[in-house]
Write a new protein. Structure first.
Length: 239
């Protein structure tokens, strides 16, 4: 069994999807709250909620994010991502009711801070590893960090309990997940791994499910659901 996390990415107050994480490639899907409610009503137990403006440094969608957490937090777990780079933004996310936060760029730019909050908050913190080849992609995926496996070794030593792994060349492209990357990351850590990027079919989900023996226990669904490649109900049945 793998846990499925439908994604709700918020930009300019709207639910959107990007292609390869590129700013300006958005497709508008309307109200973020309505999108989240759709997935919860379909049986989602987790929502992956992303503030894209905060991630890109172009503002924030705190009011919409808080509305979703307050409205649905009693029915579903929410993993919150985007712009969480310091104590204030982290504590704000947890205070709003997020079950877990996903740290992205901050893990690259301030690894010591990332290690400290992992030690403080434990499994309430996941680290997003956005990867191009074996190189980490940083802020908005437009700049490069270091080698992904060197970062994993550092974060393993800090006690990281979960990595969210995205092959940025596949994100929003509907061309299948990078199973080899997921397996290699899972084999390099005792932490759990969430798959993200490229999922386009129920067969892709079945393939990800074969990696549970290595520690891949969940998957984020984005474009596949919004483009209606399959329904969440169908996805839940095969996982």
């Amino acid at each position: 069994m793998i846990t499925l996390l439908p994604a709700v990415d918020v930009r300019d107050g709207k639910a959107v999807r990007l292609r390869q994480g590129v700013s300006g490639s958005e497709t508008d899907y309307g109200s973020p709250l309505d999108a989240a409610k759709t997935w919860v009503d379909a049986g989602a137990q987790w929502i992956h909620l992303v503030d894209l403006d905060a991630a890109f440094g172009t503002g924030d969608n705190r009011s919409q994010i808080r509305e979703i957490v307050e409205d649905l937090g009693s029915r579903v777990h929410i993993e919150l991502s985007g712009g969480i780079r310091n104590d204030e933004s982290l504590e704000s996310a947890l205070d709003a009711g997020a079950s877990r936060v996903n740290i992205g760029t901050a893990a690259l730019e301030n690894p010591d801070w990332t290690a400290s909050i992992i030690q403080k908050y434990g499994d309430k913190v996941a680290v997003g590893l956005d990867v191009r080849g074996t190189v980490l992609a940083a802020r908005g995926w437009v700049s490069e960090g270091g080698d992904v496996f060197e970062m994993i070794e550092f974060l393993n030593n800090a006690g990281c309990s979960r990595y969210v792994v995205t092959d940025v060349t596949r994100d929003g492209m509907m061309n299948g997940p990078n199973l080899e990357l997921l397996k290699k990351v899972a084999q390099s850590t005792q932490a759990k791994v969430t798959a993200s990027g490229g999922i386009s079919s129920l067969e892709d989900l079945r393939n990800i499910a074969t990696l549970t023996q290595y520690g891949v226990d969940s998957a984020i669904l984005g474009k596949s659901l919004y483009a209606k490649a399959f329904t969440l109900e169908e996805a839940l049945q095969v996982t």
